[in-house]
Design a protein around this ligand. Structure first.
Ligand SMILES: NS(=O)(=O)c1ccc(NCc2ccco2)cc1
Ligand SMILES: [Zn+2]
Length: 268
């Protein structure tokens, strides 16, 4: 099975006082946490940054499910059929899943920001280093283990490719519901220009918050309709058994300190 966003790992004890969603207050040695604000004028153009090369096979799509944090589309990552290479990376990375973060209104919802600008939602395409590791669970603990592509969503025209995904959401309204989902090309969710991006070394934005991610944040956003985003908000954090149904909104982490990290840009 592809990787997944599970509940926090046993490594971190969460106090009751503080929302599970934001993860532990302090991550031991956390000096490369995500998300961050990208200060455009402080980013450094690096001409050595190559274009991203994604090769996604829609047939490796397996299922879509609600894990109580977000909904995720999982891919068969037992072979190198859906891969990412290029960019700042030396190695080949395998797609294991993609998911989103969004707000209760269109005014906020993204995890990263650009000069403090918030977007209504953000897509994360999660890949792990299959040249160096043999499983996502292994790669997630290594500092060069993961590469996540972040794409900002803006409200505008309807995204035809996204609609197939939106139509499947009512079937996974509750936490832990899963439906079979196949033949979905995640490439249709990338912006037309994937040559322009910012990159920095960070972490997972949900537990276990491990500092294993090379982030690749696209400069160009994609557009989805207000109605499509509204269906995201119809999902629930809670399982069918729970009596208090909580709508799945604001599933983003607060911004983290840069701690002196450089943010590089592939464009000037
Ligand atoms: N929002 S994100 O892209 O940084 C992200 C991506 C993947 C996981 N996975 C969490 C996990 C499961 C097992 C070990 O670790 C968590 C967060
Ligand atoms: Zn994410």
């Amino acid at each position: 099975r592809g990787c997944n966003l599970t509940a926090c790992s046993s490594k971190y004890v969460l106090s009751q006082m503080h929302p599970m969603w934001q993860g532990p207050l302090v991550v031991p040695g956390g000096d490369r946490q995500s998300p961050i604000d990208i200060v455009v004028r402080k980013s450094i153009f690096d001409s050595k940054l190559k274009p991203l090369v994604t090769k996604y096979d829609p047939h490796t799509c397996q299922q879509i499910w609600n894990n109580g944090y977000s909904f995720l589309v999982e891919y068969d990552d037992t072979t190198d059929k859906s891969t990412l290479q290029g960019g700042p990376m030396e190695d080949k990375f395998r797609l294991c899943q993609f998911h989103f973060h969004w707000g209760e209104t269109n005014a906020w919802g993204s995890e990263h920001t650009v000069d403090k600008k918030l977007f209504p939602a953000e897509l994360h395409l999660v890949h792990w280093n299959s040249d160096k590791y043999s499983l996502f669970e292994e790669a997630v603990m290594e500092d060069n283990g993961l590469a996540v592509i972040g794409v900002f969503l803006k409200v505008g025209k309807r995204h035809e490719g996204l609609q197939k995904l939106v139509d499947a959401l009512p079937a996974i309204r509750h936490k832990d519901s899963v439906v079979e989902f196949n033949r979905f090309d995640p490439g249709c969710l990338l912006p037309t220009n994937t040559d322009d991006y910012w990159t920095y070394h960070g972490s997972l934005t949900t537990p276990p918050l491990t500092e294993s991610v090379t982030w690749l944040i696209m400069k160009q956003h994609i557009e989805v309709s207000h109605e499509q985003l509204a269906v995201f908000r119809s999902l629930l954090f809670t399982s069918a058994e729970e009596d208090m149904q909580k709508s799945m909104v604001n599933n983003f982490r607060v911004q983290q300190p840069l701690r002196g990290r450089a943010v590089r840009s592939s464009f000037s």
